[in-house]
Design a binder for this molecule. Structure first.
Ligand code: SF4
Length: 438
């Protein structure tokens, strides 16, 4: 797909989750296999690919404004829009002026066929499968600009939480095969990668469709030489089994002491209204198990503020529960109303002002938890993987400890992508510690 004299160039723009980022990378590799190279920031691309998100109304809005901006900037380029917003609202996306091709999530990794068709017919196209017909697993492994790879191990979700549109955007749960995923990890190691984050929509559902086992996947990946660190992007508490935690604690070589677990509410009544698959007693047990077996583990927890059904009483209950948990930080999300979700049938609504008050209270709680957790490591030595230089101060680098604390230290450029023991000396800001080479 070249024009005979010039090599075609594409630019890529991604919104949303890590899964989207790894898929954008896979799209880039497909186009590269047809000779279409990535445009440099100052070059005019022939093809513009926008991989959208639709997790909230705000995400849709960001997608629309990005598409308009890109169209104005490059009026002559072929504009392809894909991702969850394209999947959920294809016509709305197609109606944005200048959009040439709209691809659903199942079609995004067949982009080459659609671009070829566009080149021969010059006719706008919408290709979106119904979410129930999305069946194929399409693998993707993305190298971030840092030292980390994002390996997609699973896609889709069968849970249908009442507030969530993801199952409609990504289809039913499906997984990669262990042998293929191990091969991807080996490739990443050969290319110098040190850390791999396992991504998916509901990662713990890995293997439910293929009969393979998630813990077996972890064990096989753990044996890949050269990869020093693995993390699981996020895992539902009911799927983070005692067996997995015990294996990470006692046997794993490279699965790091860091966990990301969605709680969403500390009220059992709100969890019930959300159709979540656990209650606070299970969550309490999981956190206690991790803390008892891996005391230094970083535990990040997602929580939603102001969901439908979160009355004043349930909010108080939820906040007190969040306060009581020995976790390292909260990722706080204001509840976002999504058209078509079952949650719209729950009558109690939280006003905007009150929602913001709850977000602020949880954010403050999270900052306190993070500071308290970080302080535990001042004066201790932890291994840090150096990821990128400080853009503002020469000679300073940023990296993460094994237990996912961000560290800033005076380090030479040769430290990039190296793991070194570092003495933690203090707090730089709420998100970052200061460190010193030994
Ligand atoms: S587990 Fe629930 S919140 Fe997560 S993707 Fe599935 S339906 Fe959405």
């Amino acid at each position: 797909m070249t024009d005979g004299s010039n090599i075609l160039k594409a630019s890529y723009h991604t919104l949303g989750c890590k899964l989207n980022f790894s898929e954008t990378s896979a799209i880039g590799m497909q186009l590269a296999s047809r000779g279409i190279i990535r445009a440099l920031p100052d070059e005019t691309p022939d093809i513009v690919v926008v991989n959208t998100c639709s997790v909230t109304e705000v995400a849709d809005k960001k997608g629309r404004s990005l598409i308009r901006r890109l169209r104005t900037r490059w009026p002559g380029a072929t504009l392809v829009v894909t991702g969850c917003y394209a999947q959920l609202k294809p016509q709305e996306v197609a109606d944005i002026e200048g959009v040439d091709i709209v691809l659903g999530n199942d079609e995004k990794l067949r982009i080459v066929d659609f671009i070829e068709q566009w080149e021969s017919e010059r006719r706008s196209q919408i290709a979106v499968h119904h979410y129930l017909d999305i069946r194929d697993f399409r693998g993707a492994c993305e190298r971030g600009d840092r030292t980390r790879y994002w390996l997609k191990v699973q896609d889709g979700c069968d849970y249908f939480c009442t507030y969530c549109t993801i199952p409609f955007a990504r289809g039913r749960s499906r997984s990669g095969r262990i042998a293929d995923l191990v091969a991807e990890a080996e490739k990443a190691a050969e290319a110098g990668g040190k850390e791999i984050v396992l991504t998916g929509v509901n990662v713990g559902c890995f293997g439910k469709d293929t009969g393979e086992d998630f813990l077996e996947l972890l064990k096989r990946l753990d044996a890949v030489e050269g990869i020093e660190r693995y993390r699981i992007s996020s895992i539902e508490p009911n799927l983070l089994t005692e067996e997995i935690v015990r294996w990470i604690a006692a046997e794993s070589r490279a699965f790091m002491p860091s966990f990301h677990i969605p709680l969403q509410s500390g009220s059992d009544e709100v969890l019930r209204l959300m159709n979540r698959r656990y209650r606070t007693d299970l969550f309490t047990d999981r956190i206690a198990l991790i803390r008892s077996l891996i005391p230094d583990a970083f535990i990040g927890v997602d929580i939603i503020a102001g969901a439908r059904g979160e009355t004043e009483e349930e909010w108080e209950r939820s906040f007190r529960y969040a306060e009581s948990l020995p976790v390292s930080r909260y990722h706080v999300f204001p509840y976002s109303e999504r058209p078509g979700t079952k949650a719209l049938g729950i009558s109690h609504q939280v006003g905007q002002e009150e929602k913001h008050r709850r977000v602020a209270a949880l954010t403050k709680l999270s900052d306190e938890k993070l500071r308290a957790f970080s302080r535990l490591f001042i004066g201790k030595v932890r291994p840090v993987l150096w990821e990128h230089p400080d853009a503002e101060e020469e000679g300073m680098m940023y990296g993460h400890t094994d237990n996912y604390l961000r560290v800033r230290a005076n380090a030479s450029a040769s430290s990039y992508n190296m793991i070194t023991p570092i003495l933690i000396t203090g707090l730089h800001d709420v998100e970052t510690l200061t460190g010193r080479f030994l």
